[in-house]
Ligand binder design. Structure first.
Ligand SMILES: C[S@@+](CC[C@H](N)C(=O)[O-])C[C@H]1O[C@@H](n2cnc3c(N)ncnc32)[C@H](O)[C@@H]1O
Length: 245
């Protein structure tokens, strides 16, 4: 198939998939793939290139660093990485998201490598990465497939390389779940036109696959990562900074 400008065809992966393999090109839950949703995404999500820069500083991304951002969305992190001279790859299942990311890169005068591919079928054909990131997206996969995605992320990193995960990940006690989730939904929702709606957070909890931090930690270790640090700024969100063994 002819690709639009610089998007690289990296899916399907090297092996044919069995019939039972997870279908990742029709994400569940809140619509993020339609043109309207993509246009509103940065406002709703609070995308902030300065925050992305601060993260890149923390991860030691400098000129020449090879970085892969899985589920890159509108591409801010990959673009900011490319602006500091990193060899940046942005991977996403949504053509609409990639079109937006490509336009952002053009405006910034940089050219990350864009890949229309998913966690489960992105084939990293470039040299092994120094840093792999994924923000606000791993919850799109059920837990069995999260483990598969983390194994694949480890496989594209050099030994000693950095893996960074940020997502809706629960750190409350399971017995507190109902109250904690209801509080999050009630306080995070914004009025129409100002951010994600209360109904979007309800959809997230009901239809997407966010899970507990202790499950994610076990998966990270089994994927071949050591934990460098972890943070739970809210009981509904977590970050894990890991090193590939
Ligand atoms: C909430 S957005 C996060 C985007 C970006 N990482 C950020 O921090 O703003 C989730 C993204 O994951 C993408 N996505 C969903 N399922 C995916 C999968 N299996 N593989 C790769 N990307 C996926 C969606 O298209 C969307 O761009």
């Amino acid at each position: 198939m002819q690709r639009r400008d610089d998007t690289e065809r990296t899916a399907p992966t090297e092996r044919p998939r069995p019939a039972w393999y997870f279908s990742e090109y029709t994400p569940v839950g809140v619509d993020l793939g339609s043109r309207d949703a993509v246009t509103a995404y940065d406002r709703n999500q609070g995308t902030d290139p300065e925050a992305d820069d601060a993260l890149l500083d923390r991860l030691g991304v400098t000129e020449g660093t090879r970085l892969v951002d899985l589920a890159c969305g509108t591409g801010s992190l990959a673009v900011q990485a490319a602006r500091r001279g990193a060899v940046a790859h942005g991977v996403d299942v949504s053509e609409e998201m990639l079109a937006f990311a490509r336009a952002r890169a053009r405006e910034s005068g940089v050219a990350p490598h864009w890949h229309h591919a998913g966690f489960l079928d992105y084939a990293h054909r470039a040299p092994l990465a120094d840093v792999v990131t994924t923000k606000s997206a791993l919850h799109q996969l059920p837990d069995f497939w999260k483990q598969e995605a983390l194994l694949r992320a480890a496989g594209m990193l050099r030994p000693g390389g950095t893996f960074y995960l940020w997502d809706v990940i629960y750190s409350f006690e399971p017995s507190d779940a109902q109250g904690r989730l209801q509080h999050w939904i009630d306080t995070a929702g914004r009025p129409e036109g100002q951010g994600f709606l209360k109904a979007d957070f309800e959809t997230h909890v009901r239809d997407e696959f966010s899970t507990y931090a202790w499950i994610i930690e076990g998966m990270l270790r089994r994927a071949g990562f050591d934990l460098v640090s972890r943070a739970f700024p809210r009981t509904t969100h977590a970050e894990f900074h890991c090193r590939r063994r």
